[in-house]
Design a protein around this ligand. Sequence first.
Ligand code: TRP
Length: 341
Amino acid sequence: MMKKMLSLLVCALFCLSGCAGKNGPAPASSQPDAGSENPSSEAGQSAEAQEDGLLHVGIIQLTDHPSLNTIREAFVAEITALMGSQVAIESDDAQNDMSNINSICQKYIGDQKDLIVAIATPTAQAAAAATSEIPVVYSAVSDPAAAKLTGLPNVTGTSDAIPVESIFQLAAGLTPEAKTFGLIYNTSEVNSVSVIEGAKSYMQQNGLSFVEATITNSSELQQSASSLVGKVDAIFTPIDNTVATAMPVLAGVANMNKIPVYVGADSMVADGGLATVGIDYSLLGTRTAQMAADILGGKRPSEIPYEILSDYSTILNPKTAKELELEIPEEILEAAVQVGG
Ligand code: TRP
């Protein structure tokens, strides 16, 4: 057993974002594991893949974003609380780049990690596609079924599915005169598309209309937001990784033109959106770690159903409300979590 892995563990805990490809603990041995080619070797069995006696967890995070950082930090805190020095954690930020995502996955597979944690939909899809043996526990996947992450033997995780109806009901309470909504999202993000479908059907049933402004990357956001000015009373955007990355740009255009923006995640409210009904991402990370600990302890991912976190709160940005010259009804204000002020 290599004592020095303990210090690597400490290093790993401090290796947060921005360390893609640089400082993963080297495999304790490069000797090929005789069992690694065995197609019948299942999840759970991989727990002895490395000979240092530790359980190796690789965290792959889509990008350096506050919500995703919160998940990772809460995950690391909880898994450390549950498993202490038994576990060695490596963490890599893919910097929103598909080829980084794939090479991080390949590195984790080559290193024979005991478990991969994938934060956000694109990383979860890549990890699930890259291995059918190493357990993959995802976090913050808005729609695991639409992302085709259900029914896989080695994959489970947690979802931040958003309560679309509650968000539109909140909008009806805050800005009842808003009848036409702009919808901004990236058509290639499955996590957005399914939420947008839900939003459209809610609007159709409730006498609201919509104008779509889709984007394919963050640099188009300024223009697509501007294209909605004069055409819509409010904007709705889901938890779209592409929009979230440039949320201050959207908020800048919308708030200047007195258009309230309803969003999918608390961090997007903090970045200038008006409001959402959403979850606490720290809790999501904690729950993800509990699942990971169960799997490292011998449970199979297929025995653990994916879980949607559903303790929602109303999240409001009072500074944005002021910019929009909006009077927030007292009973909404009292019940809301206020951010970004
Ligand atoms: N739910 C997103 C996904 O499925 C990930 C995500 C969660 C996110 N919270 C966020 C992205 C906040 C950007 C901002 O991919």
